[in-house]
Design a protein around this ligand. Sequence first.
Ligand code: HEM
Length: 264
Amino acid sequence: MAKSARRKQIEAVALYPVDWIEERTGLIGYHKWFLFRKVPRDINWMQTLGAATLTAFIVQAVTGVVLAMYYKPDPDKAYASIQHITDDVFAGWLVRGMHKWGASVFIILMFLHMGRVFLFGAYKYPREINWITGVLLLVLGMAEGFTGYLLPWDQTAYWATVVGININATGPIVGPFLAQFLQGGTQIGPDTLSKFYSLHMLVLPGAIMALIGLHMYLVVRLGVTSPPWSRTAAGRERAEGDPTAGHGAGRTGLIREPSSGEDD
Ligand code: HEM
């Protein structure tokens, strides 16, 4: 049906700012590439675990920013500032609870997502680099948990960190240096707390965000894999030399696109 002149006018007005941004940055086209892509028709709920992990990370980032507005990384004030957040600040108990429990949710989801990737063989060619970035994300995610645990500066936090640092010290060659670096002195004290705080809220989240960016870029570039029982399961491109297999990889230009009718 032909569009009325009025409708064309409204569309032109609505699209003007979009075109304006696209012409100057190319960002709109990039977002379309990122958000509107085809996926194999036989994907299932287990493939939402990566997005669930991403959501958990975003919740941690947002609640962490709010907590950082009230938290004081000083041995004389840290514990009191945590109590202030819990007892006095509006919805502080909620934000702190979300951050504290969310940390476990984030780690559990990461393991579940990794398990799914492993069971589906989604680490195989051409997704090896995605697996490697994933392993780095796992290590950094756990480092987030370790550094965050000290921040309440209570007995549990203190002694858990003593144990953690001592375990690090037993590592071969780099162990003692790593332990000394983390402790920031001969014993756990103000320097340890500010070092852990800096790692926890600047260094590690920054590195995690950059790696998630790379991880997501690769997911979009390579496409998601089908389950192992599928004709287009991960790794089949190489294992069987079947140009119609390995659904997403077709987009890389490494092999031919899947034959028509594969996509939904
Ligand atoms: C911050 C942590 C992580 C986030 C936010 C994240 C996010 C995602 C998302 C959204 C996807 C696409 C959807 C899906 O397959 O579920 C994905 C795919 C993938 N992830 Fe992760 N991930 C994380 C950690 C990991 C870990 C720990 C590993 C493994 C060691 C890993 C390996 C992979 C691989 C190989 C794929 C491609 C799967 C496929 O094509 O089917 N990721 N990730």
